[in-house]
Design a protein around this ligand. Structure first.
Ligand SMILES: NC(=O)c1ccc[n+]([C@@H]2O[C@H](COP(=O)([O-])OP(=O)(O)OC[C@H]3O[C@@H](n4cnc5c(N)ncnc54)[C@H](OP(=O)(O)O)[C@@H]3O)[C@@H](O)[C@H]2O)c1
Length: 329
């Protein structure tokens, strides 16, 4: 059936300014790391994207290596974009990245100008786009001079192949240097994409303060810790879950009794607040105004409904914050 975007799609979502830029992002964004590669039926991926957009989720996040196999999430997204979303291209913020292993040999990884420029050209071809809205360097490269990587990002913007630049996984000290170089080049960094959830709080030790000071936005990836901060694993490991999928990023060994005990306690607080644990976990990340958006993954459209449902119940009392901190300690 031909897709018609829901006319009420902008009613429920909140759009937050990304740092000191002119761009607003939805409080909830959708990542295509899982469930968009060739291992997933294209119709499943299509339903997720349609449903997300109908809920006001205007930002879709990709990377060169998302799949499996690497590249296939971009190819499948390109197909769905062509078939469903072309009339709405200007209502979408589409991002991609390069920085992890993508092709054989010395030019398909890390942070050289050679890799970044070629990789974005490949990504644009796969997605059938003339430009992406945001292009990220996916991880810091200890060997390439930072100035080369930042110059490559600046060059890409000047070529018109990306509107904005982002950094991902950069620790605060390296990010500070990179932001200074980008400012000097005249292409300020729009956004940083770090991992941030109740279970992973490193950004609180300086990175978020730096970004605020520099007028850079942030988008927190894996805010549900891949599904651990939901009710998914409260009663064992469902066969259709990420932990059962053979993922190297979330395996049954990570779901220790100690961790599950914390999840159960958090789940109780969520229930007292009248929401699901997944909703409380997202609201908790967004409690800090320095976080522009939470970047979730979803395998089912109902998970997107859960995420957006969170927006009605965002406030935490001082007691709730303290109780949550005590559990996470
Ligand atoms: N920059 C980087 O280095 C980097 C690294 C990783 C990810 N990312 C980005 O961040 C995005 C999100 O990462 P993520 O998928 O790890 O995020 P996440 O939101 O922490 O985890 C998503 C998973 O949690 C489960 N889930 C979601 N909502 C649920 C609900 N309401 N109830 C129960 N379970 C629920 C689903 O797993 P099931 O499959 O079990 O249903 C879903 O696939 C990626 O797609 C990517 O764009 C970036």
């Amino acid at each position: 059936m031909v897709y018609q975007a829901d006319p009420s799609r902008y009613n429920a979502m909140e759009y937050r300014r990304c740092g000191a830029s002119g761009l607003k992002l939805p409080a909830i964004s959708l990542g295509l790391w899982h469930n968009f590669g060739d291992a997933t039926l294209i119709e499943t991926s299509r339903q997720l994207l349609r449903h997300a957009f109908d809920l006001g989720i205007t930002h879709f996040d990709l990377a060169n290596n998302y799949g499996p196999p690497p590249g296939s999430a971009e190819s499948n997204f390109g197909r769905i974009l062509r078939e469903d979303f072309l009339p709405w291209r200007d209502e979408l913020i589409i991002s991609s990245k390069a920085g992890y292993t993508m092709w054989d040999g010395p030019y398909g990884d890390w942070g050289s100008r050679k890799y970044l420029v070629a990789s974005l050209d490949q990504s644009l071809k796969r997605m059938g786009l003339e430009y992406v809205d945001i292009f990220y360097h996916h991880r810091p490269d200890p060997d390439t001079p930072l100035s080369e990587t930042m110059r490559a990002l600046d060059h890409i913007v000047r070529q018109g192949k990306a509107l904005y630049i982002g950094l991902s996984n950069y620790p605060a000290d390296r990010a500070k240097e990179a932001l200074a170089i980008l400012n000097d080049l005249g292409t300020p960094c729009l956004i940083h994409q770090p991992k941030y959830s109740m279970f992973e709080r490193w950004v609180e030790d300086g990175l978020l303060d730096l970004l605020k000071q520099e007028g850079v936005g942030s988008i927190a990836f894996s805010p549900l810790a891949g599904g651990q901060l939901t009710d998914r694993y409260l009663n064992g490991i469902p066969t259709d879950s990420r932990a059962a999928s053979g993922s190297r990023f979330l395996n049954p060994e990570q779901l220790t009794e100690e961790k599950l005990a914390k999840v159960r306690q958090l789940n109780k607080i969520a229930a007292q607040r009248g929401q699901k644990l997944s909703q409380m976990a997202l609201a908790w990340v967004l409690r800090d105004e320095k976080v522009t958006s939470v970047l979730i993954g979803a395998s089912k459209t109902a998970q997107l409904d859960d995420a957006v449902g969170m927006l009605n119940n965002r406030h935490f009392s001082a007691q709730e914050r303290a109780d949550i901190d005590a559990i996470l300690r």
